[in-house]
Design a binder for this molecule. Structure first.
Ligand SMILES: Cc1cc2nc3c(=O)[nH]c(=O)nc-3n(C[C@H](O)[C@H](O)[C@H](O)COP(=O)(O)OP(=O)(O)OC[C@H]3O[C@@H](n4cnc5c(N)ncnc54)[C@H](O)[C@@H]3O)c2cc1C
Length: 361
């Protein structure tokens, strides 16, 4: 996975060349031929693709206010998304660190890690363990009970532990299943923050070339309901192309199309998903030769959907936690941004909330 540093909440600037065919041009009489397109239709194609590219979601159901707050702020303050963005509206206060300063100075638009993103949790694990932190693996939390004295009892199946504060980074519907009866209103709100599934197909081709350069492209639902987009991994990070190097692309499929299939009891095999991805790479990028490698992973319920009214759900959650004085803090993709950068920041904010200070200060 390559990470777009602006993606998706800062400016909606996922660099994409959309495979969008614009509506047929009209001819204006007596003038040079110019292409006239309905701006509303262009905007709706752009939003459709953006919602699919970032949230694997349906633009008719998602909340722009919650999914793309900078676009919402820009429109609110200048009555125009473009004007607002140009004038710098919607920029939230940014966290600061030496790494962030370096990223700004070098104008990073994406980042990744040499050994792949899994090296990040591996490094965190090694660091925390070296500081004496115990990490429990393979023991999912089964329930949270509030004990006398305001302690949580976290049940782990065969064992349990006591905690004076819980930071939950599990998906909201999972947390809703763990909470005690006292927190039923909170649980029922969290249960409504559902997620969609995405199939990720990594393809590698020997001796092939892309017809265009860029981060990738998004595919509007009107062109293909199944394929969300294709990321050109080799363009951004050729150093990860392996030896001998081969062109790498990632095809993402899923969203509401997959949801509808699953709801109808259909299960798409890995072979079918791989085949669909290869067909998309062939028709959209001209990669017609069979790939040398094809990896298929279906991630169930992996991207939370911030549907209309999401911000009201978050307000309810905040009010409830404060009113009940529950020693519980929420973090992770279910609340205020699904991008990895957002999730990291939500973890930092959770730590600040619990410790009462920035852990770095
Ligand atoms: C296909 C795909 C591509 C993406 N591409 C990008 C990208 O290019 N750039 C970007 O910025 N973002 C991208 N994202 C989004 C981003 O990766 C995720 O939103 C983010 O990693 C979510 O992090 P999280 O910690 O909130 O959730 P998760 O990583 O899902 O972590 C939740 C954890 O909770 C654990 N858990 C669940 N139940 C329990 C339980 N009962 N007890 C204990 N633990 C439990 C799970 O095992 C899991 O480890 C992508 C997401 C997907 C699915």
């Amino acid at each position: 996975m390559a990470l777009c540093t602006h993606c998706p909440r800062a400016s909606g600037s996922t660099t994409t060349t959309s495979h969008t065919s614009l509506p047929s041009p009209h001819l204006l009489p007596g003038r040079k031929r110019i292409d006239v397109v309905d701006p509303g239709q262009v905007a709706s194609l752009a939003m459709d693709s953006l919602c699919r590219g970032v949230f694997a979601g349906n633009s008719q159901e998602l909340s722009i206010r919650s999914c793309f707050p900078s676009l919402f702020q820009a429109e609110q303050s200048h009555r125009s998304v473009l004007l607002g963005l140009l004038l710098g509206a919607g920029k939230r206060p940014q966290p600061d660190s030496a790494l962030i300063q370096k990223a700004r100075a070098e104008r990073w638009s994406q980042w990744s890690l040499r050994g792949g993103l899994e090296t990040l949790p591996q490094a965190l694990d090694a660091y925390l363990t070296s500081k004496g932190v115990t990490i429990l693996r393979g023991q999912p939390a089964c329930s949270l009970t509030l004990e006398a004295g305001g302690f949580w009892k976290v049940s782990l199946g065969d064992s349990s532990l006591e905690a004076n504060h819980v930071i939950s980074a599990v998906p909201a519907p999972v947390l809703s299943q763990l909470l005690p009866l006292k927190a039923a209103p909170l649980a029922s709100t969290l249960a409504t923050i559902t997620a969609v599934s995405v199939a990720v197909v990594n393809l590698q081709y020997q001796g092939a070339q892309l017809p265009v350069q860029g981060f990738g492209h998004l595919v509007p639902s009107s062109e293909d309901p199944g394929v969300l987009g294709i990321v050109y991994d080799s363009v951004a990070f050729p150093e990860q192309d392996g030896s001998p190097p081969g062109l790498r692309v990632t095809v993402m499929l899923g969203g509401s199309w997959l949801h509808a299939l699953e709801a109808g009891g259909q299960v798409l095999s890995q072979e079918v998903l791989g085949q669909l991805a290869q067909e998309a790479a062939a028709t959209q990028l001209g990669l017609k030769e069979p790939p040398s490698r094809c990896l298929v992973h279906l991630h169930q319920n992996c991207i939370p959907q911030y549907t209309l009214g999401h911000w009201q759900k978050l307000e309810m959650v905040t009010r409830f936690l404060a009113a009940q004085k529950l020693p519980l803090t929420l973090a992770g993709a279910s609340y205020e941004g699904v991008a990895v950068n957002d999730c990291i920041e939500s973890g930092r904010q959770a730590a600040i909330h619990v410790l009462g200070a920035d852990p770095n200060s």
